[in-house]
Write a protein that binds this ligand. Structure first.
Ligand SMILES: Nc1ncnc2c1ncn2[C@@H]1O[C@H](COP(=O)(O)OP(=O)(O)O)[C@@H](O)[C@H]1O
Ligand SMILES: [Mg+2]
Length: 261
C-alpha cells in the first residue's frame, strides 16, 4: 500500500523512509493553489470559472489536466502563471505568495520560474528559430553578452533536434518543428515549471506524441515540473498523475506512475 492521500483534489506525496528509517519531510510544492476562485463579470452576468481549486505540483513532477472545452483549464494556467489574478484564494510558487508581488516583481518572477508552451506556438514570424529562442533570454538577461545568449539558444535548439534549422523562419518549418522551437524557447531559461496549454492541439497524433515525449524527457533530465493541459487522453496518461477539470472544479486524481519522493 502506498501512503498517499487522494482526498478531494489535494494530492499529498508519499512520505518515504530515508537511509536511517526516518520518514522524510514531505517536500514543499514548487507550485500551489489554495482555494482559488475566479469570477468574470461580463454584460451584467457573473461567470464562476474556477471553483475552490486546490492544487499542488512538486518539483520535477508531471501532472496533466483534461476536461471539456470551456471548463476552465486555460484559466487555471493563467492564474497559476500569475497572468490572471484570482478573485480569491492563494497561488504560491516555491513558497512565495504571488499576491505579494507588484507588477514588475511578478513579471521577473514569471520569467525566472515558468516556461510556457501554447497551442498556436506563438512564434514571432519575423524572427528566425534562433532569434525566437534567444529573444526570451535577451529580455530576461538584458546585460548578458549576445554571444552567450546565442550559444544557449543554439544548445536549446540542438536539444530539440533543430540545430540545423536555426536560421529558418517559422513559415519554413512544419507544425511539429514550430512547436519544438516553442519547446526550446520554453526551456532555454531553465525554468522550474513548464506550463503547456494543449501544445499538440494543432499537430497530428504522431507528431504531437513525439513533441510531448521530447518535452517530458527534457523536463525529467532537468528536474522541471510540468503541468500539461491536453485533450488527448493517451498523452495525459503519460504524466505522473491526471486531474480533470469540470465546470471550474479540479478533481479526480488518477495516479499513472509511481512518483519518486
Ligand atoms: N477574460 C475572460 N472574460 C470572460 N470570460 C472568460 C474570460 N476568459 C475565459 N472566460 C470564460 O471562462 C470559461 C472557461 O474558459 P477557459 O479557461 O478558456 O476554458 P478551457 O481552457 O477549459 O476551454 C469559459 O466560459 C470562457 O468563456
Ligand atoms: Mg483552453
Amino acid at each position: 500500500m502506498r501512503d498517499v492521500d487522494y482526498s478531494g483534489s489535494r494530492w499529498i506525496p508519499p512520505a518515504r523512509p530515508n537511509k536511517e528509517g526516518v520518514l522524510s519531510v514531505v517536500p514543499s510544492p514548487i507550485l500551489e493553489a489554495r482555494d482559488v476562485n475566479l469570477l468574470f463579470h461580463t454584460g451584467g452576468e457573473t461567470l464562476h470559472v474556477l471553483r475552490d481549486v486546490c492544487f499542488a505540483l512538486q518539483p520535477g513532477e508531471v501532472a496533466s489536466v483534461v476536461g471539456p472545452s470551456g471548463s476552465g483549464k486555460t484559466s487555471l494556467l493563467m492564474v497559476l502563471a500569475g497572468l490572471e489574478k484570482a478573485t480569491s484564494g492563494v497561488v504560491s510558487i516555491d513558497g512565495t505568495d504571488i499576491e505579494a508581488l507588484d507588477e514588475d516583481g511578478l513579471a521577473i518572477f514569471r520569467r525566472n520560474n515558468f516556461g510556457i508552451l501554447f497551442q498556436n506556438f506563438h512564434l514571432i514570424p519575423s524572427m528566425t528559430a534562433l532569434e525566437n529562442v534567444a529573444f526570451t533570454l535577451e529580455i530576461a538577461h538584458p546585460t548578458r553578452p549576445y554571444a552567450d545568449i546565442r550559444r544557449a539558444a543554439l544548445d536549446a535548439l540542438a536539444e530539440v533536434g533543430l540545430k540545423e534549422r536555426a536560421g529558418h523562419f517559422p513559415s519554413a518549418l512544419s507544425g511539429g518543428e514550430q512547436q519544438r522551437v516553442g519547446l526550446a524557447r520554453a526551456i532555454v531559461g531553465e525554468p522550474r515549471i513548464l506550463l503547456a496549454d494543449e501544445p499538440t492541439g494543432n499537430l497530428d497524433q504522431a507528431t504531437g506524441a513525439s513533441v510531448i515525449e521530447q518535452m517530458f524527457s527534457l523536463a525529467r533530465g532537468r528536474g522541471t515540473a510540468i503541468l500539461l493541459i491536453t485533450h488527448d487522453l493517451r498523452l495525459a496518461a503519460r504524466a505522473d498523475r491526471t486531474l480533470s477539470m469540470n465546470q471550474g472544479r479540479l478533481e479526480e486524481v488518477t495516479v499513472n506512475r509511481e512518483v519518486m519522493a
